[in-house]
Design a protein around this ligand. Sequence first.
Ligand code: CP3
Length: 357
Amino acid sequence: MIKGFGTVKNDLFLRACRGERVERLPVWYMRQAGRYQAEYREIRKNFTLEEICLDPTLCAKVTMLPVEQLNVDAAILFSDIMIPLGPMGVNYSLVKDKGPEIANPIRSLHDVEQLRKIHPEVDLPHVLETIRLLKQQLDVPLIGFSGAPFTLASYMIEGGPSRNYLLTKTLMYEAPATWELLMDKLGDMVVTYLRAQVMVGADAVQIFDSWVGSLAPADYRRYVRPVMEKIFAGIKDLDVPSIYFGVNTGELLADFSQIGAGVVGVDWRVPIQSARERTRGMVSLQGNLDPALLFAPWEVLQSRAKEIIDEAVKEPGLVFNLGHGVLPSVDPSVLQKLTAFIHEYSEKKISELSKAR
Ligand code: CP3
């Protein structure tokens, strides 16, 4: 045990990650800080996302907003997966309504060789300072995060968001040595970055591999799984829960349960029961409400949340979340109402079950 940051008041999220029994399900939402919040939009009038991240006081405030407003059981550091790529030498910008754009996309072995190692204390001191500030204010666990090599590489190679990942896959198939070096360098960055976040207080880490579901399982095993195993081995001694998340990853869940992650993200395409079978009880799960349901009539949303909870409470080890991030046009009061419902309904179900036992 390396960390010594004491305990958080509300540790439901950490206990569920570790597969322990809980009195009610913990819930948080990917992209819980962002444009659906009036306060965030107000801040964004005067600051870009990068400027928010560079100002620890402001960044901590934005991180706290959803914790205060929604009563979620975990905070996630406000940042973006692109932030640590700057010090590696990637010239990116975050374009509104579009996503990251890269001015110097990776196209050759030479481009990969140019990528530098990061030194978080020197290159990203504002991130570490934000975490230190948050640890003084939060009474729920703080999740640190990083993008995963495949998803980061997809932006770095395509130069921006992509539908088919054609340039990415072409480089992977055509120049395996270049691909391997890129995965290696990104894997090193992820380990260095996550270790630094945990050292200053992050209570758990999530690795976002949002677009890895575009790969066939055999290609995942050959081109991506080795670096993911190295990453989870590289943070194992930190003894904090680690979450691995991707979209459209139903066919990869068995692999995900064997790479060293403690918790695996599940999207709405796979029912919780099937996800448990595919991961054979090896990991805890996080998910999996379709983010589009936040726009459905309350009765429909409520019934789908109920279905997840009814299944979830049968076994320990589920963190309630969406299957992907909150969309910018969501009504915040829906998220508030949903959170209260998940808390209340799951507590009732868990207490019924424990009486019956
Ligand atoms: O509350 C949180 O979850 C923490 C903040 C967070 C952001 N990005 C802030 C952000 C997190 C965890 C991310 C991760 C991220 N960034 C991922 C993985 C998660 C996922 O959604 O799959 C990815 C793929 C990115 C890349 C990225 N950055 C995209 C696709 C966009 C959206 C572009 C847009 O304008 O719609 C961004 C920009 C971004 N990152 C915004 C926020 C709040 C919105 C832009 C802004 O406020 O300027």
